[in-house]
Each structure stands twice: as structure tokens, then as C-alpha cells.
Design a protein around this ligand. Structure first.
Ligand SMILES: [Zn+2]
Ligand SMILES: [Zn+2]
Length: 297
């Protein structure tokens, strides 16, 4: 917990007229979540764990042997955005979009594809929409393995020895829209970032904030993903010193078009980050794709 800093109330002042009611509901929801978790922990001690996908017995972790989650998508993948490449391409080559417009994080690491992996899909949906905040820690453990595996690739070091790009590495969650956070009672990217940092013995910081309360992604009225997030993020002024000169790893659950990560990366670089990469649970399409409706924030 000591590694986590920069947590501030993200409820905008414009909500003040409903703030008391909203906080009361949030407090009740948090208490209910704690009770559900405690009950689930107790139940798990008495009954065998069930696979999230098929409900059969999960010998260990979250899944049965058939639905065990891997720690990286099948190659070949783009070395920059992690999108799928045609089978004839070597793994790590850049896709046509990244060659044409090298924007956003320098590298994105994902556990797998949202569309192709039922296990990953169930995890993402349960974490985002099923109130299963308890999944954040085991998923972060897999992300930590993905991170370590990806670093050897990133540095091109055949021995797998990671050479840091900057004196400090920090994990920064993509901030959830305040409305979604109130509705859900937690921010899944924040939970993942904190657990990931703990697994790796590094630091996490809530360094980014939204500059406006525009509609959440996927809401009716969103013209386009890129237009909707343009200029939407900035580095919190108290966090500038931490970000300056650091290697920042953006953390999120799903990357769809990459527009959100791109805007976050732009804000972090403007604040002096030396390098910006990203690590996410699932990849839901190449840059510029339409995204996946049920994985929306
Ligand atoms: Zn299963
Ligand atoms: Zn690419």
C-alpha cells in the first residue's frame, strides 16, 4: 500500500449537489463488496474453486486446465502496438499502421486477444462488470510474468536481462471516467496497476487525470474514439516530479483502437516522461479498429 500514492478524490466539484448521496451509495457498495469478497473467500475454503469459463473444477488459479490463461498472444504480433500480423511476417515486425504513424506508447504488452480467448474475455467482463475486484491480483500476477517476458524481447537481450531505460519505472493506470467509477465502486485499471507494482517490487502512481467530464467511451453521442479522447488527459501537477525522466508503463484492462493510450502517452511525454510503454490484459483489435462493445470502459 505504501508504494501507492497520488490517490485523490476524482469526483468533480460540479457533482457537489449529489455528492453526499453518491458517497453514501459508494460507501454502502464498498461495504457490500467487502462482504461479498469475504463470503467468497470463505466459500472457496469450503468448496473447490470453479473455472470462470465452464464452471468445472479449477485445480489452481482461476481456470480448469482446458481454459488456462497464457501469458501472451500467439505470434506473429506487431512489435509496437501488439496487434496481429499476417502469418508470413516475423514476430516483432511493425504493422503497416505503426510504420506509417508511430504514435502512442512505444510498446504495448497484452496477455492475449479479447475476441479469441474465452478465458480472457470472461476475466475482463467479470472484473469490469461483474464486481469481481478479487480478480485483479491473480491477473496482475500474470501481467507481471508478461512484463518480464516482454522486457527480454524489448531489449533484444537473448539472456533475458532487463536493462532499464530510465532510473525510475512507474505503473500509471489509465483513469476511469468518474461516472463509471461511482457506478462500479472501484477502478479496475488502478487495482491492476497497484497489484502489478506490488508483484514486481516497483511503484505505481495515479499520475493522470481527466480534464473534462465528457461522455464515457461507448456512450451514445460519442462521435469517434479518437475525437472523444483528444486532450482528455493531463498529468496531475503534484505528480510532475515523479513523471519527469521516468519510464512510465500505462496500465489498462483492454486496448481497442489505442486512442486512449495514445492520448495518455502524449500527456506523459509532454510532462517529461523519458519513455512510455503500456501493459494491458487484452488486445481487442488493431489501431483504428472499431473496438468491442462489451469491453468498453
Ligand atoms: Zn474451464
Ligand atoms: Zn502495430
Amino acid at each position: 500500500m505504501g508504494r501507492w500514492s497520488g490517490i485523490e478524490n476524482c469526483v468533480p466539484l460540479s457533482f457537489s449537489s449529489v455528492a453526499i448521496g453518491a458517497f453514501a451509495r459508494r460507501a454502502l457498495r464498498l461495504a457490500r463488496d467487502e462482504l461479498v469478497e469475504a463470503t467468497r473467500d470463505g466459500a472457496n475454503m469450503l468448496a473447490p474453486r470453479l473455472c470462470l469459463v465452464c464452471n468445472r473444477g479449477a485445480e489452481q488459479g482461476l481456470f480448469c486446465a482446458e481454459h488456462a490463461l497464457g501469458i501472451g498472444p500467439d505470434p506473429p504480433r506487431c512489435g509496437r502496438c501488439d496487434g496481429p500480423l499476417p502469418g508470413s511476417f516475423p514476430d516483432g515486425e511493425r504493422c503497416a499502421t505503426c510504420r506509417r504513424e508511430p504514435r502512442g506508447p512505444s510498446r504495448t504488452l497484452a496477455l492475449g486477444d479479447y475476441r479469441d480467448s474465452p478465458s480472457l474475455r470472461e476475466c475482463v467482463l467479470a472484473l469490469k462488470h461483474g464486481g469481481r475486484r478479487d480478480l485483479a491480483d491473480p491477473l496482475a500476477a500474470l501481467l507481471a510474468l508478461r512484463w518480464q517476458k516482454g522486457l527480454a524481447h524489448l531489449t533484444g537481450d537473448s539472456k533475458g536481462v532487463w536493462r532499464p531505460l530510465a532510473p525510475r519505472e512507474i505503473f500509471v493506470p489509465v483513469p476511469l471516467h468518474p461516472f463509471r467509477r461511482l457506478e462500479r465502486g472501484y477502478d479496475q485499471a488502478q487495482l491492476l496497476a497497484r497489484a502489478l507494482a506490488d508483484h514486481l517490487g516497483l511503484h505505481a502512481a495515479w499520475a493522470l487525470k481527466r480534464t473534462s467530464d465528457s461522455l464515457p467511451q461507448g456512450s451514445p453521442g460519442c462521435a469517434s474514439r479518437a475525437a472523444n479522447v483528444r486532450g482528455l488527459f493531463r498529468v496531475r501537477w503534484r505528480q510532475h516530479a515523479r513523471v519527469r525522466g521516468a519510464h512510465v508503463w500505462l496500465v489498462d484492462d483492454v486496448v481497442t483502437s489505442g486512442a486512449t493510450l495514445e492520448e495518455c502517452a502524449r500527456a506523459l511525454r509532454r510532462a517529461g516522461a523519458k519513455a512510455v510503454d503500456a501493459i494491458v490484459l487484452a488486445h481487442a483489435g488493431g489501431r483504428g479498429s472499431g473496438g468491442v462493445a462489451d469491453a468498453e470502459r
